[in-house]
Design a protein around this ligand. Structure first.
Ligand code: PMP
Length: 408
């Protein structure tokens, strides 16, 4: 067959695909219903509303979380419980609040950020909601290219050393969204030790995928709070995590871990915002999630549901895209996403063609600050929510859309 024959064959396949009348929303990395079912015992996990210290969880109080919830997250995050706050039903709100308190009140011993221009470093491709927080609050963003071991650290070190307006950086250290990147020990050590012109520089350490392995190998990332303390920068990192993709997304519990000074700072400001978190939800999560081995066993159940869906996408891409120059994709060892990398200038068109064929993807460009992928070449694939059959079809549809985009 000639190249032209191949092209018209793919056009026909795309047209046939369109006629299937598919309606699939893959715009976000949501757990599938059968994953949520794994935690249904949460509904019945409370036989009492009393916490271990006798606290009546039905009432106000306990700004920093129940002692047993802090102990659980301390164990999960490998941090002393005294350095953990458990609050809110999702970690994004904690990240948002850390930025708001820093902007309006300043970090411990420092002036409010809002008095001067503020800049954040943003590893790309990255998580759109991190960038949305910055954009909404007037924080300027600078792209930092990601590498296989984490980040272009030479660039990071240079920028933070010379520009005092750089007050922070977003980091998803394990199985990043969407690239699946895992930070090496060297990257963690350099981030902890680097010289920053801003004394109140913060690493927003979003450990969203700490337990979300896809392979049998469970990768570990070095402990950032320990690394920062050892490097003489104990207040630099604030770690965020939640049970959103462990138990229920949006109805889980979230945690923040940091130095004692940052915990005291958080407690002061969070005490103004609320008279206490949802301790009933915390208590039922403690009863259900229990400890690290229980969480790891639950995550293995998630893995068994997710792995075939990722494999199905990879197989379809291999089948339809392996021979297309300039096209590649990640083969993540964990997390919720595959990053499909297209030849420059073709991601938006592919997403539009997929939409016409009934597949809603995250908008092209979303993985970049201001929604602007300078090369228009990244498409975030979220295989978790559709069924195995649907995701297989969708991956085929996305691959055909890309082929048609490249031919037109
Ligand atoms: N961080 C990252 C990197 C994510 O991908 C997500 C979910 N897509 C979140 C945070 C959201 O976490 P939560 O539900 O705890 O707000």
């Amino acid at each position: 067959m000639t190249a032209a024959d191949f092209q018209s064959q793919h056009h026909e396949q795309y047209q046939t695909f369109k006629q299937l009348g598919l309606k699939l929303d893959m715009s976000r990395g949501k757990p599938a219903p059968e994953q949520l079912d794994l935690s249904n015992a949460l509904m019945a996990s409370l036989d009492s509303y009393k916490a271990a210290d006798g606290t009546d969880c039905r009432n106000y109080g306990g700004t920093i979380g129940l002692p047993e919830a802090r102990a659980l997250f301390g164990q999960l995050l490998d941090v002393p419980a005294a350095q953990v706050v458990v609050d809110s039903s999702a970690s994004l709100s904690l990240m948002h609040d850390v930025i708001i308190y820093s902007l309006l009140n300043g970090t411990p011993g420092n002036a409010p950020w809002v008095r001067e221009p503020v800049t954040f470093l943003c590893p790309v491709p990255g998580y759109d909601r991190h960038f949305a927080i910055c954009e909404a609050r007037g924080i300027k963003m600078i792209n930092i290219p990601m590498t296989d071991s984490g980040l272009d650290m030479d660039l990071v070190e240079k920028l933070v050393a010379e520009d005092a307006s750089i007050k922070g950086m977003w980091c998803v250290p394990k199985y990043s969204n969407p690239g699946g990147v895992v930070y090496s020990d060297e990257v963690v050590a350099r981030l902890a030790a680097m010289k920053t012109a801003a004394p109140d520089f913060r690493l927003m350490w979003d450990d969203a995928y700490r337990f979300h392995h896809l392979g049998e190998q469970k990768l570990a990332v070095a402990n950032i709070l320990e690394a920062c303390a050892q490097a003489g920068n104990p207040d630099r990192a604030i770690v965020f995590a939640s049970s959103s993709k462990v138990s229920w997304a949006g109805s889980g519990v979230a945690a923040l871990a940091a130095s004692p000074a940052n915990i005291a700072w958080w407690t002061k400001h969070a005490g103004i915002r609320s008279i206490g978190p949802d301790k009933i939800n915390q208590l039922r999560h403690v009863r259900f999630l229990k400890d690290l081995p229980t969480v790891e066993a639950l995550m293995e159940q998630h893995r068994l549901l997710l792995k075939p869906k990722f494999d199905a996408v990879l197989a379809q891409f291999e089948r339809y895209l392996a021979d297309v120059p300039g096209v590649s994709w990640t083969r993540p060892l964990g997390g919720y996403f595959i990053d499909l990398v297209t030849p420059p200038g073709s991601a938006k068109r592919t997403v539009a063609l997929a939409k016409e064929a009934g597949i809603t993807l995250t908008p092209a460009g979303a993985a970049f600050p201001y929604g602007n992928d300078p090369k228009d070449s990244h498409i975030r694939i979220a295989p978790s929510f559709p069924s195995l059959d649907e995701i297989t079809q969708a991956a085929q549809g996305i691959a055909l859309s890309l082929r048609v985009a490249l031919a037109s």
